[in-house]
Design a protein around this ligand. Structure first.
Ligand SMILES: *Cc1c(COP(=O)(O)O)cnc(C)c1O
Length: 392
């Protein structure tokens, strides 16, 4: 099939919910992708932070195919070894107590919100159900996670949204302290991803964590984008000197297969007991085996490499002094490039048409989320294309 044929087929038969780029991908290797007509792309996007160990990683492929041959699905009525082993591995590396697995970032956030409301209900009874989130946040596309998302543009069409969310300006401790008695938790991203790659101030996050403890509000961290090595530690909170009561992860966990989950601290271990939360596919053996392989690959030594690669990319970009560039932000291999003078979408489209896949975020940001295993050679190829576009 040629790309033109694919595009026509897709447009005839699929719900047109996505404004797709004119790219039809066929296969990949490392951080390089190949299109239907044989064209080559350097990947600085990894399917929005999902293909964390690149394409065709032999250890990942072996783990997935071995498990697929043994058993693809069990349901959660029965015990499954990859599920339990993955939970153990994530807890050991994060210091959290227990895991629940689901299938998408939004679904994991639904779970953590249920956990917060039930924690409070069990302890204080009804009336303490409000979750505070931050302005400019992003937490997903279900009705409830849209409501949790602190951006007005997402609060449209689908009324009525779930009640019980209020939005705080990031960094504003007074707004936090002014909240009433109806609050049970604060949910935040440590780096706002979709909102434009804005890292939270460390002092703010630590003060917020302390204040949450004082009022027995759960501190919930959405690590759907920042988790699984993206920022140079398995979870971003590990670089902020705070301990969440619960966190969510998704995107990069299974290296390309759908999986997400909640990690909860000891305090929250028993909140969601039998019958209170479930999902048919959650912790599916093939996804869990893939996730175990991802965690093998993303060991502690890789975390240092991720930080070094991120510093390299940002250093190169800043060194150009490109007139269109307004500085870089982020941590590890989660990078935002502020742009002005030309729209971020236009610049991204130009890079993509020249063979470099990048993402956008917020209103003026090019976002880079390359596979964490990308090589320096691949980064240099991608940087050369980016430089042509940004320095013209
Ligand atoms: C992508 C993302 C989500 C939503 O994940 P889905 O898998 O698309 O449901 C939620 N929170 C954050 C921070 C994200 O980046």
């Amino acid at each position: 099939m040629t790309f033109a044929q694919l595009k026509a087929l897709d447009q005839s038969y699929t719900m047109q919910t996505y404004g797709r780029f004119d790219v039809g991908l066929d296969h990949g290797e490392g951080a390089t992708l190949y299109g239907l007509d044989g064209e080559e792309y350097i990947d600085f996007a990894s399917g929005i932070g999902v293909n964390s160990v690149g394409y065709g990683n032999p250890h990942w492929v072996e783990a997935v195919t071995t498990q697929a041959k043994k058993l693809a699905h069990t349901s959660n009525l029965y015990y499954s070894q990859p599920y339990a082993e993955l939970a153990e591995r994530l807890c050991r590396r994060s210091g959290m107590a227990c895991a629940f697995f689901s299938n998408s970032g939004a679904e994991a956030n639904e779970g953590i919100l249920k956990l917060a409301r039930k924690y409070s209900f069990d302890k204080y009874g009804p009336g303490r159900s409000t979750v505070l989130t931050l302005r400019n946040s992003f937490h997903g596309r279900t009705i409830t996670t849209l409501a949790a998302t602190g951006q007005d543009v997402f609060h449209n069409y689908f009324f009525p949204f779930t009640e019980g969310f209020r939005y705080l300006p990031a960094g504003d401790l007074d707004a936090l302290r002014g909240q009433g008695e109806d609050v049970c938790a604060v949910l935040l991203e440590l780096i706002q991803g979709e909102g434009g790659v804005y890292p939270m101030d460390r002092g703010y996050v630590q003060a917020l964590a302390q204040y949450c403890r004082q009022r027995d509000w759960l501190l919930l961290i959405d690590e759907v984008q920042t988790g699984i090595g993206r920022t140079g530690s398995l979870f971003c909170f590990q670089q902020y000197g705070v301990e969440p009561d619960a966190l969510t992860f998704a995107k990069g966990i299974a290296g390309g297969l759908p999986m997400s989950g909640v990690l909860a601290s000891e305090k929250c271990r028993s909140v969601l007991g039998p019958g209170t939360h479930a999902t048919t596919f959650g912790g599916n053996p093939v996804s869990a085996a893939a996730a175990l392989a991802v965690l093998d690959i993303l060991d502690d030594a890789q975390m240092e490499k991720i930080k070094a690669k991120g510093a390299y990319l940002r250093g190169q970009i800043e060194h150009w002094n490109a007139p269109l560039v307004d500085g870089t932000r982020g941590m590890g291999l989660m990078i935002g490039i502020g742009v002005h003078g030309k729209s971020h979408k236009e610049l991204a489209a130009e890079m993509i048409s020249r063979g470099l896949l990048v993402l956008t975020a917020g209103t003026d940001t090019i976002r880079l989320l390359p596979p964490l295993t990308i090589t320096y050679e691949e980064m240099d190829k991608g940087l050369a294309i980016m430089r042509e576009v940004l320095c013209g």
